[in-house]
Design a binder for this molecule. Structure first.
Ligand code: IMP
Length: 175
């Protein structure tokens, strides 16, 4: 099925303002500590790049990658941690930076894995929360926006690896 961009859900200005607020909240909550940012590739790269510059704390960043099979708009069954963090997280204040929480299955798996790496604390910051779609409960400590049950692209989020470079977030519609 072919797709095209639908309506703009979040403008670049709305995203920038909210990311600044998240950075300020994170800065306040972790004051006096060094924060370990765990950026989940690939969709979170743009969000991480903006968010980290609003965090006025010493930070360490590492990247991990989670692959859910299929290029469609419906997340399919198999989720794989295709790249683990490379730095030790034992005793660190770890904050997972995630683009979007849909069913919750990806973050639930990642969270369980990261807890085995014995961080001092483990929190999650997600830019977008499609709360209506949740199948697996996952605790979200920081959320940028709660959005409706629609497939969205832009600001790092893709459809079949396209649209990640859009500076705003839009819906995708079948044509
Ligand atoms: P989960 O269903 O919460 O496990 O989400 C799995 C992954 O599906 C997310 O990390 C995204 O990479 C992707 N995803 C879910 N919803 C969307 C969407 O609306 N646009 C783009 N990617 C999405």
């Amino acid at each position: 099925m072919r797709h095209e961009l639908g309506r703009t859900l979040l403008t670049a200005e709305q995203i920038a303002a909210r990311v600044a607020e998240l950075g300020a909240a994170i800065t306040a909550d972790y004051r006096g500590k060094t924060l370990f940012l765990a950026c989940v590739l690939r969709g979170s790269a743009v969000f991480w790049a903006d968010l980290c510059r609003h965090i006025a704390l010493p930070t360490v960043t590492d990247f991990c990658a989670v692959h859910s099979y299929g290029d469609g708009t419906d997340p399919s069954g198999v989720i794989l941690l295709s790249q683990d963090l490379t730095l030790p997280t034992t005793g660190r204040e770890v904050l997972v930076v995630e683009d979007i929480v849909d069913t919750g299955r990806t973050l639930s798996l990642l969270r369980a894995h990261l807890l085995t790496r014995q961080p001092a604390s483990l929190r999650i910051c997600a830019l977008l929360d499609k709360v209506e779609r949740r199948q697996v409960p996952v605790p979200l400590d920081y959320v940028g926006f709660t959005i409706p049950n629609e497939f969205v692209v832009g600001y790092g989020l893709d459809f079949a690896q396209e649209y990640r470079n859009l500076p705003y977030i839009a819906t995708l519609k079948a044509i």
